[in-house]
Design a protein around this ligand. Structure first.
Ligand code: NAP
Length: 276
């Protein structure tokens, strides 16, 4: 989708972090926005500031894990703009901890937000996109979904599911004019959940793994909307050969996690949140 001017984008997780930056970038492209998150105040403030800059932005506070909220969101989008061109499933939550130390509710909640809501919102927009024979779905996964990371199993699994959901769907959509892409960032600096973990003192990305900037993630989202490629890894260096190797020889995950210091970093973060 090359010309983004006046296209309608529904963006979840827009109240802060990467979502708020993505919202600003989409508005700068002239897109009309529906912004979703649970916290109404920051969402309203963001929408006000985008409108002050001349953009059209509709804040719709709500929990993406709630089916009724998703229905309201779709209804409001169609009522306000009459169509939907781009869905960005960006809302997500993190859960660092040993599997034996995370709670039942935390597991259910994480999959409900990161995975089920992504699938359900995608299902909700598809009939509209298929009818207009155009549309773009961009799902925010993570490097944690590409590589098995200790003390992060539930988050990793939720993001691996998002990757497979996206790539399976993508193949169903061949020839329809609708594309589905998935983004897999590593540790992101500038804003977002890694910065939150870091400032709370629990986590530091190992030097051998490194970080990527929030700006780079935002640029990648725009690239995904424009080009509709299958999967965008946002990482410091060329990591695909290592992932391919670990896919062939899964013991490599363990070697990689030890060598890079990822195991130690996540173990420390798990202890800092009393889950390890
Ligand atoms: P963040 O700063 O914690 O922001 C998360 C956003 O999601 C917030 O706007 C939050 O708003 C919203 N959200 C959370 N639960 C929600 C729910 N149930 N319903 C609606 N909105 C909800 O995190 P971020 O770093 O920007 O993360 C954005 C995405 O990037 C996530 O999917 C994350 O997994 C992925 N990611 C981040 C990194 C990183 O290092 N930052 C790396 C890889 C992947 P409310 O709390 O107001 O609802």
């Amino acid at each position: 989708m090359n010309d983004l001017q006046d296209k309608v984008a529904l963006l979840t997780g827009a109240s802060r972090g990467l979502g708020a930056l993505i919202a600003r970038a989409l508005a700068a492209e002239g897109m009309r926005l529906v912004l979703v998150a649970r916290s109404a105040d920051p969402l309203m403030r963001l929408a006000d500031s985008l409108r002050a800059g001349g953009a059209e932005a509709e804040p719709v506070p709500g929990d993406v894990a709630d089916a009724a909220a998703r229905e309201r969101l779709m209804a409001r989008t169609l009522e306000r703009f009459g169509r939907i061109d781009v869905l960005i499933n960006n809302a997500g939550i993190e859960l660092v901890g040993a599997l034996s130390d995370v709670g039942d509710d935390e597991i259910d909640r994480l999959f409900a937000v990161n995975t089920v809501a992504t699938a359900q919102l995608t299902r909700a927009v598809l009939p509209h996109m298929l009818a207009q024979r155009s549309g773009v779905i961009v799902n925010m996964a993570s490097m944690a979904g590409k590589a098995a990371v200790p003390y992060n199993s539930i988050y990793s699994a939720s993001k691996a599911a998002v990757i497979h959901l996206t790539l399976s769907l993508r193949d169903e959509l061949v020839g329809t004019g609708v594309t589905a892409s998935v983004i897999c960032p590593g540790f992101v600096t500038g804003t977002g959940m890694y910065e939150d973990l870091r400032s709370e003192g629990g986590m530091t990305a190992p030097a051998l793994v490194g970080t990527v900037s929030d700006r780079k993630v935002v640029r990648t989202v725009l690239k995904a909307i424009r080009r509709g490629g299958p999967e965008y890894i946002v990482y410091r260096g060329p990591i695909r050969p290592l992932i391919a190797l670990a896919t062939l020889f899964p013991r490599m995950y363990s070697v990689f996690n030890s060598m890079t210091g990822l195991r130690t970093a996540f173990a420390r973060a798990a202890r800092a949140s009393n889950k390890g």
